[in-house]
Design a protein. Structure first.
Length: 411
């Protein structure tokens, strides 16, 4: 057996510099995730580049963990196939970035420790709380009927980011032990929840509620009994504009509900025409006029129809059955591996549970929100989701492959 080659001193020094760049990029990513998409993207792209260069310099010494690799590769291949047969191949190719963005997941899995992940999530919570306060000032200055959006351009994106950060903050409150160092987390949950309400985004409210149920169920099921009276108190206290949005959730004639139904009827027609590889990413607006139902508005409520307000529907229309099956496989394998990690004994059980549960709850919330809008296509949302996806795998020792990988190796 040949010994591993040693690295020259100058290469080792360069690796240390790249390691600091990677770490700094991740801190900047957490800081800017809810502030600016441009700054967030620049931060994590810099971190990814530094990590990849560092891997190259390590040569034979490199060790890389690649959980979920098989379903991720299958989804990438399905997306490439959809692009090849797309109605507009070039436009579809440009949309592959939301698939390639999963490199952030592998970056976190391979470069972040569990303790460092807790620090990064608290930077994210702190930044989110500051932006929540800023958003609430918009309600004060512009009125309670205004749908706050913080420094972002879209209130729905702001709402979905608040959901993720709020759930993680709640998890840290219920599972954390260092209350003397993180006394601010409980007030942060209150501020984040208030801002989420003032976005007046109904799908995000349901997503947050689903995430809360996951966290509370794992922590202490009896706490679920507190949810109904707590929701009633919130309903009594919220402004009239928020109450109207709540009432509209059960109104089948609501304009938003009708628009979604219109889009989903159109989606069924498109799926029948392009069942296996779809129309390609970013191609719906080019063909939808030929497939809409005669009784529906020209654009189903949108001036330029592109999103179908549902992750599963959007993916099956754009990437066909092959894309949908491979995309679902990512989450099925993720759930299996996270469940196995959760049941695995850990020397720091409480810290491990906090990371695993916060990941699981945010992913559940992401999919609930994705039942009412195309959250997978929102770059501001999917990048933090890739970060949260990685958290359970940080509980494993660096040399330990994910449980499903170990079973495959044994077979």
């Amino acid at each position: 057996m040949q010994p591993r080659r040693s690295l020259p001193p100058d290469t080792t020094a360069m690796q240390q510099i790249l390691l600091r760049i990677t770490d700094g990029g991740l801190v900047a990513f957490a800081l800017f995730a809810i502030v600016s998409i441009s700054l967030m993207q620049a931060a994590y792209i810099l971190a990814v580049i530094a990590w990849l260069v560092r891997l190259y310099l390590q040569g034979q010494n490199r060790q890389v963990r690649l959980p979920l690799l098989v379903p991720v590769c299958a989804f990438l291949m399905a997306s490439l196939l959809a692009t090849l047969f797309a109605v507009a191949p070039y436009q579809s190719l440009l949309e592959l970035r939301n698939v390639l963005g999963i490199v952030l997941f592998y970056l976190v899995v391979n470069t972040v420790t569990a303790q460092r992940a807790i620090m990064l999530t608290r930077v994210l919570i702190a930044a989110g709380t500051v932006m929540a306060v800023y958003g609430l000032t918009q309600s004060v200055t512009l009125g309670t009927g205004f749908r706050i959006h913080g420094s972002l351009g879209a209130y729905m994106t702001f709402a979905n980011l608040l959901v993720l950060i709020d759930i993680v903050a709640l998890t840290h409150v219920l599972f954390g032990r260092d209350t003397h160092q993180a006394w601010w987390l409980a007030p942060a949950v209150c501020v984040l929840t208030a801002a989420l309400l003032m976005t007046q985004t109904r799908g995000s409210w349901l997503a947050f509620l689903a995430g809360v149920v996951v966290v509370v169920t794992v922590r202490q099921q009896r706490l679920l009994l507190l949810l109904p009276p707590l929701l009633l108190i919130i309903f009594i206290l919220v402004p009239h504009a928020v109450k109207e949005r709540i009432y509209s959730m059960v109104d089948a004639q609501n304009a938003t509900v009708q628009t979604r139904l219109c889009k989903w009827r159109l989606a069924w027609n498109l799926f029948q025409a392009y069942p296996w590889t779809g129309v390609g990413m970013n191609g719906i607006h080019l063909v939808y006029l030929d497939y809409k139902a005669p009784q529906d508005p020209i654009a189903c409520g949108d001036r330029r129809l592109g999103h179908l307000d549902n992750n599963l529907i959007q993916i099956v229309v754009e990437r066909g059955i092959l894309g949908l099956v491979s995309w679902l496989a990512i989450w099925i394998v993720y759930l299996r591996q996270v469940y196995a990690i959760y049941r695995r004994p850990s020397p720091q059980a409480n810290q491990a549970k906090m990371l695993v549960v916060s990941s699981l709850a945010t992913i559940v919330a992401f999919h609930v929100a994705g039942s009412f809008e195309y959250t997978y296509g929102d770059e501001e949302v999917i990048a933090p989701i890739y970060f949260f996806m990685a958290l359970p795998f940080l509980v494993l020792p660096p040399s330990t492959p994910p449980p499903a990988t170990r079973r495959a190796m044994a077979a």
